[in-house]
Design a protein around this ligand. Structure first.
Ligand SMILES: C[S@@+](CC[C@H](N)C(=O)[O-])C[C@H]1O[C@@H](n2cnc3c(N)ncnc32)[C@H](O)[C@@H]1O
Length: 211
């Protein structure tokens, strides 16, 4: 098992995080025990961040990171952030009650996850709860996903932002590359883009934008 970034490990072509809650799986992921430690495999087909890391991205997450996660769903990716940011906090915003029900169950087992049921279009709904975030991670497949990302970036002013962009949610009629160009231009007007990663074959017609 080779450490590739803080809290992230690689063996063969798979990446892993150290399980914060030993013996408990989150999404039926593979568990590996080595030298008294328990690692959870991070599935790139279930988590776009894992796909981005396998395609060369560095996760800007540290032990004490404070993360605002927009579109946390049932917490698949957030559970790996929770493994890494042991002394940090992950605020998970989700609009669907159904997904939030599962995420709340996960929050009960993991001390560094906070559930927020809200619309990410309205950051003023959660600004009183969310404090000093270092990173905004967004995975919301809505037509206005770029506006949501920029609105939250402007409100919370984190050092880093990651937006997972799904072309077909923005415009089905346009070619994905055309959509990506427009998205990058819009984000670039306000932030410096550090890296853009195509997420195929893990997620079709998606890119990850790191700012
Ligand atoms: C692709 S899924 C997220 C998967 C998750 N990020 C993961 O990797 O485990 C997108 C989520 O965004 C949520 N969502 C959509 N619009 C939203 C909004 N305006 N505010 C908050 N969440 C929203 C959806 O309900 C859905 O759960």
């Amino acid at each position: 098992m080779k450490k590739i970034y803080e809290g992230i490990f690689k063996e063969g072509n798979q990446i892993f995080t150290l399980n914060l809650v030993e013996g408990i799986r989150v999404y039926n992921e593979k568990i590996l025990k080595k030298s008294g430690k328990e690692y959870r495999s991070w599935n790139p087909y279930r988590s776009k961040m894992a796909g981005a890391i396998l395609k060369g991205a560095e996760a800007p997450i540290k032990k004490d990171s404070r993360i605002l996660y927009l579109g946390v769903a049932n917490g698949t990716t957030a559970s790996h952030f929770s493994d890494i940011a042991l002394n940090g906090m992950i605020y998970g915003v989700e609009i669907s009650f159904r997904a939030m029900k599962d995420f709340i169950k996960l929050c009960k087992k993991r001390y560094n996850l906070i559930p927020i049921i809200a619309d990410a279009n309205k950051p003023e709904m959660y600004e009183a709860i969310v404090e000093n975030v270092d990173l905004i991670y967004q995975d919301i497949s809505q037509r206005n996903q770029v506006q949501i990302f920029l609105k939250n970036m402007e409100k919370f002013e984190p050092k880093n932002g990651i937006a997972m962009i799904k072309a077909r949610s923005i415009d089905v009629a346009k070619k994905p590359n055309e959509v990506f160009k427009e998205v990058e231009k819009k984000i670039e007007e306000r932030y410096k883009i550090r890296k853009v990663i195509k997420l195929s074959p893990y997620a079709k017609d998606h890119i990850a934008i790191f700012v």
